[in-house]
Design a protein around this ligand. Structure first.
Ligand SMILES: *[C@@H]1O[C@H](CO)[C@@H](O)[C@H](O)[C@H]1NC(C)=O
Ligand SMILES: *[C@@H]1O[C@H](CO)[C@@H](O)[C@H](O)[C@H]1NC(C)=O
Ligand SMILES: *[C@@H]1O[C@H](CO)[C@@H](O)[C@H](O)[C@H]1NC(C)=O
Ligand SMILES: CC(=O)N[C@H]1CO[C@H](CO)[C@@H](O)[C@@H]1O
Length: 697
């Protein structure tokens, strides 16, 4: 009996003590900084911005070399062996590629270092000079990482390009940076061959795959580049070693092309110091990061989140296993039925995610639970409710034994989807909905560290700490960043606002990148150096600071919205493109960062639509009635899509759903300015219900 009471009381007391100390915890504290007046916050644990977590280390090249010496015999890079590749045909005649993949095959830190040195030497032997730039244009894989580190060892700047970038953007980025060597996979090589006529500066291609695409033979005479396989470059380097020429902290490590808000993509220049500062800061925030961890690598390495993450993992003796979003779980699209997905084979402890992937996991679990139904569903819902009230602050449910029970009965199976050992999830790239954050917290039993940052700040910004169970916020400033809010009177956000300080978010610190490549005008517009020498980046996002020093993103300054998958939609650009449809009098495109598509409110052009209706013999009471009809909406939507395609808009830019309005927007109604420019905020407010419906239906 006595033991029982102790057993209950001790955890209870500990829980209560822990909670009360947690409630008042200040995660960020005000700090006096230079530059424009505003309200600035720093991480409460670090007085001045962290630049490096490793004594004497100032570049990614030094960091990697040191780690390889320390962890020589440990596993570093793992790739699954391909057992077979099959084409499956579905009932409706479409065919899908299915992969049967085997175990991970590993390179130790020692072996990986040798490969990196060989690659660096091989690249030099191919004739690539140090001051010329290399582009890596490929999906995330082991060779990507080896090539990156190889370039770093010779102070060669790497241009990264999203594998999904369109042709025009691809040409632009290769041309602007005068890249002479492109390292790519088979799929990307096919794209390069298609545009070979426009690539004036490219002299060498290094193909990660030995297999070549079918269209490469046809142009081999006309192109001026040489094609070498990755393995040949390694062999070449092994036979002819070249001395390393290491970079300095201020040398440009990477020029990262991000999908621009308008027009062509911009290349963000990051120094070794920049990436190191972000990585050092993240180190201090993921709890107990150490060489027992295994990291699942599958997000694009052309994204700063993944690039910084892999560099940090490889700095502390962690094993990195490669995979892809299409082979991640046993039920992923490309996994052959009955064989295992990447996560079940690797059993990672850490992974990075973008919100869209977590949403998919959540929807998948819901679907499965609903399909099973019956007792299993009841049990799941009960377990979920109990755990929810526990993480939401009631002490009873936090009691360890109950948690163990639910884990055993219900959540164990869900965890198995990702290998069963995940202990921390890093989320970034776009805001995560509170709903999904809770769901993943509970079902995976692992905290999600949500970050807010931009390519321009080298992903530095804020990061929610492990023990912060609130949702909808992005945490306190990273140790490498100061976050300042400045007034934006036009938008009605002031640091003196009574509820909380609000304003445009600007980010300062050693993590802030040096600017856009060959674009000084734009750089001067959004980067500023204050009188104390600190660099600040103006994000254009609007935020507010909670009392504990955590940031919440509440709005954005520009009419540019980043969708859930990270693509930017410029609302004005889309509107200008589709308003040419004869059925459209006026239009407001609306995008929501929690969704992957945009929607539109369309003011119908009465004359042309009534004309169309009479030709079709459609009967209707009045124009308002006609605008409600499904066939009318469909006709206008099709015409809009046609206009969008003619203007070469990307799929995600084309409004997926529209609402047809019969009443014009006038200055009198307050929905457009006197110059007839649309007033977004007013329209959003007036039609908030319609917009919500477009996203929910
Ligand atoms: C690294 O390369 C850049 C660009 O070519 C050059 O300006 C810089 O001086 C190099 N750094 C070192 C340490 O040689
Ligand atoms: C590449 O750049 C050169 C000048 O640097 C320009 O003349 C050419 O049109 C550009 N090509 C493309 C495809 O952008
Ligand atoms: C969680 O707590 C908040 C405030 O403490 C409350 O508004 C909310 O309803 C709670 N949710 C659940 C599911 O208990
Ligand atoms: C690499 C880099 O940009 N370092 C700068 C970081 O910020 C401090 C001031 O906070 C500067 O002194 C460094 O030069």
């Amino acid at each position: 009996m006595g033991a029982y009471i102790v057993g209950v009381l001790v955890p209870l007391v500990i829980t209560l003590l822990f909670r009360s100390s947690k409630n008042g915890k200040k995660r960020g504290v005000p700090v006096v900084v230079g530059g424009e007046p505003g309200y600035a916050i720093r991480n409460s644990r670090f007085e001045s911005p962290v630049e490096t977590a490793w004594e004497g280390i100032t570049t990614l090249a030094e960091l990697f070399e040191q780690a390889c010496k320390q962890h020589f015999d440990k596993r570093l890079l793992g790739t699954r062996k391909l057992i077979s590749r099959e084409i499956e045909t579905s009932e409706d005649g479409r065919s899908f590629e299915k992969l049967h993949l085997g175990d991970y095959e590993w390179l130790t830190y020692g072996q990986a270092f040798e490969a990196v040195c060989n690659f660096a030497s091989g690249l030099a032997q191919l004739g690539h000079r140090r001051e010329e730039r290399v582009a890596i244009f490929a999906d995330t894989r082991e060779e990507w990482f080896i090539a990156l580190q190889g370039c770093f060892r010779r102070n060669v700047t790497v241009v990264t390009i999203y594998a999904s970038l369109g042709e025009e953007a691809l040409c632009h980025s290769l041309n602007e940076t005068e890249v002479t060597t492109v390292i790519c996979g088979q799929k990307e090589l096919k794209k390069l061959v298609d545009i070979s006529g426009q690539l004036d500066t490219v002299k060498r291609i290094i193909s990660m795959d030995d297999e070549l695409p079918s269209n490469s033979a046809s142009v081999s005479d006309s192109v001026s580049w040489t094609l070498t396989s990755f393995s040949d470059v390694l062999r070449l380097g092994q036979g002819h070693p070249v001395e390393p020429e290491l970079p300095l902290a201020s040398d440009i490590a990477v020029i990262m092309y991000t999908s621009g808000s308008t027009g062509l993509p911009k290349g963000v220049m990051m120094t070794h110091g920049n990436v190191l500062a972000t990585g050092s800061a993240v180190m201090t925030i993921v709890p107990g990061l150490g060489s027992k961890d295994v990291y699942m690598a599958y997000l694009p390495l052309a994204h700063i989140l993944e690039l910084a993450a892999e560099n940090i993992m490889a700095a502390i003796g962690i094993s990195i296993g490669y995979g892809s979003p299409l082979t991640l779980t046993d039920t992923s699209n490309k996994i052959k039925k009955g064989t295992k997905g990447d996560a079940s084979v690797l059993k990672p402890t850490l992974m990075a995610c973008v919100p869209a992937i977590l949403d998919r996991v959540r929807d998948g679990v819901h679907k499965k639970v609903d399909a099973t139904g019956g007792l299993a569903k009841k049990l799941f819902n009960l377990a979920y409710a109990r755990r929810l009230s526990a993480v939401n602050g009631s002490w009873l449910g936090a009691w360890g034994l109950e948690r163990l029970l639910w884990n055993f009965l219900v959540f164990r199976k869900i965890r198995a989807i990702l290998g069963g050992r995940i202990r921390f999830v890093l989320s970034g790239g776009a805001p995560l909905s509170g709903d999904t954050q809770r769901f993943i917290n509970i079902c995976l039993g692992a905290p999600i560290g949500q970050g807010y940052g931009l390519t321009e700040t080298c992903a530095g910004g804020t990061f929610s700490e492990e023990d912060d169970t609130s949702v909808g916020r992005v945490g306190a400033p990273l140790p490498c960043s100061y976050i300042k809010l400045i007034d934006w009177p036009e938008g009605g956000y002031l640091t003196s606002d009574s509820s909380m300080p609000r304003g445009e978010i600007i980010i300062g610190g050693p993590n802030v990148t040096v600017g856009y490549f060959k674009n000084e005008e734009k750089t001067r517009e959004v980067y500023k150096v204050d009188e104390k020498g600190m660099r600040w980046f103006y994000t254009g996002d609007i935020g507010q600071f909670h009392a504990d020093g955590c940031l919440e993103i509440i709005d954005r300054k520009k009419d540019i919205v980043k969708l859930q998958h990270g693509e930017y939609v410029s609302l004005g650009k889309v509107e200008a493109a589709v308003i040419v449809s004869p059925y459209i009098d006026n239009i407001m495109v609306h995008a929501d960062p929690f969704h992957s598509y945009c929607v539109a409110l369309v003011v119908a052009s009465q004359a042309t639509i009534e004309d169309w209706a009479s030709k079709k013999g459609i009967k209707y009471a009045d124009f308002s009635d006609l605008c409600q009809k499904e066939e009318t909406v469909k006709e206008v939507h099709n015409s809009l899509i046609k206009a969008a395609k003619a203007a070469r808009l990307e799929k995600f830019e084309i409004p997926a759903k529209i609402k047809l309005l019969s009443e014009p927007w006038t200055p009198e109604s307050g929905l457009v300015t006197a110059a007839l420019k649309i007033k977004r905020e007013s329209i959003r407010k007036a039609f908030s219900e319609d917009l919500a419906k477009l996203y929910s239906s």
